[in-house]
Design a binder for this molecule. Sequence first.
Ligand SMILES: Cc1ncc(COP(=O)(O)O)c(C=O)c1O
Length: 395
Amino acid sequence: MSLSTGCLWSSFMHYPETKLPNVGTTIFSVMSQLATEHHAINLSQGFPDFDGPQLMRDRVVHYMQSGANQYAPFIGVPSLRQAIKDKVARHYGADVDAESEVTVTSGASEAIYAAITATVRQGDEVIVFDPCYDCYEPAVELNGGVCRHVALDLPEFKINWQALEQAISPRTRMIIVNAPHNPSGASLSRDELDRLAELIRDTNILLLGDEVYEHIVFDGLSHNSLLTHKELAQRSFVISSFGKTYHITGWKVGYCIAPGALSAELRKVHQYITFCTPTPMQLAIADYMNTHPEYESELSGFYQKKRDLFCHEIRRSRFEFTPAKGSYFQLADYSQISDMDDVSFARWLTTEAGVAAIPVSVFCERPKPDARLIRFCFAKNEETLKHAGERLCRL
Ligand SMILES: Cc1ncc(COP(=O)(O)O)c(C=O)c1O
């Protein structure tokens, strides 16, 4: 008898219970799909609608045509690790060892997953700040850990130190710090880093610094990487993404910097997730970083223009907002327009007004019932931003 029909299989097969009962399709995919179906302008998912540097793309072609098509060394090609080392020395005055402390990964997402998997055990607690990027908690749960959510203080999305102190327990393995912050763009000040250091000084708590928007900070502010803080850097996985910096999110190349002992553990996991990251992309990024070291410092100006344009376009709308201080997201309060909850409003905005955005409550464990915030991505061409602004001003 043939077993080729799905029906027959399912009659005697018991599939295991899901390991992630609280996880469905991410809101980013849901909103992007809805935007496509309704021909809406997609300001929901965080990716640019323009390409990365031409020269970098040319170098990928060059490397593919000249035989660089096999596995890269699992920790990353030497030229890219060296370029990362040079970059963090330039920006943060950090002296890291390219051989033992820098690991190239398949996007920041893989580095985050590997860092958590390498260190979080059954029953461990990991502190995250809400609103919180969505890939941390599933990784913690798959490793038997539990996330403790600490709400940031609005409207400036600052750490509530009392709440953080209360959330720390003998089981706290790690604190995840995302700065510049998605979705608010908030950064950490030098004083806040010192305060964090003081709070965890006598513990073994690790830090995971998600710094994928490190080169996108506005109005003359600077990004205080965990790498600038010697004491914190000793207990940190500092993670970034070339996707965000070079407008190449689809290449999925990122990296993690951590002290040798932590990097060694991360690498044990990384080698069994992807083993390595595509070779031609790594070589091309390294070449571009070496020939254009000024690029990273110019990125804030590039995105500040976009932020300013978008804010200018929506200044006559009924949305209320404070211009973002970093990242490529702008939050906006829609309470003058509607009293719908934010998920319903984001759907309505996509299907009826033709602009897709992300509801902020999906980043929170316990969203405030009266919160009326949505997130727009302004990593878009001028025409896209102007067009979206026109539509938003009609509401
Ligand atoms: C805060 C944050 N961390 C990590 C990532 C994932 O980066 P990558 O695409 O390099 O995996 C993103 C992407 O949107 C992000 O916003």
